[in-house]
Design a protein around this ligand. Sequence first.
Ligand code: FES
Length: 107
Amino acid sequence: MASTIHTLFPAHELEDNQSKAVTLEGKNILVCRSNGEYYAVENNCTHQKAELTEGRIRNCFLSCPLHGVRFDLRTGAPKGELTRVPLKTYSVSIDDNANLQLDLESQ
Ligand code: FES
């Protein structure tokens, strides 16, 4: 079976509260860093499908730039009334060469 783990880019390229969009196997994914940890979520808001690339990140929460729903990067769970559907999340790790790795099969 093909591996679902993808090597992304050097971890140091992302500063805290920054994000970077990547496309893996046709999926639009936003890789984020907050409080020194790395996270990855689907890059489409579960309210009205806005891209989250320009969303502000603070304390492990990513705000949708369109209507401001805040998603917990750790779980994908939304805060607020506009949507109750969580973002899909992916696990991110750092390999021996200090590159980020993302597992598409992970939850
Ligand atoms: S599209 Fe994201 S909050 Fe409405």
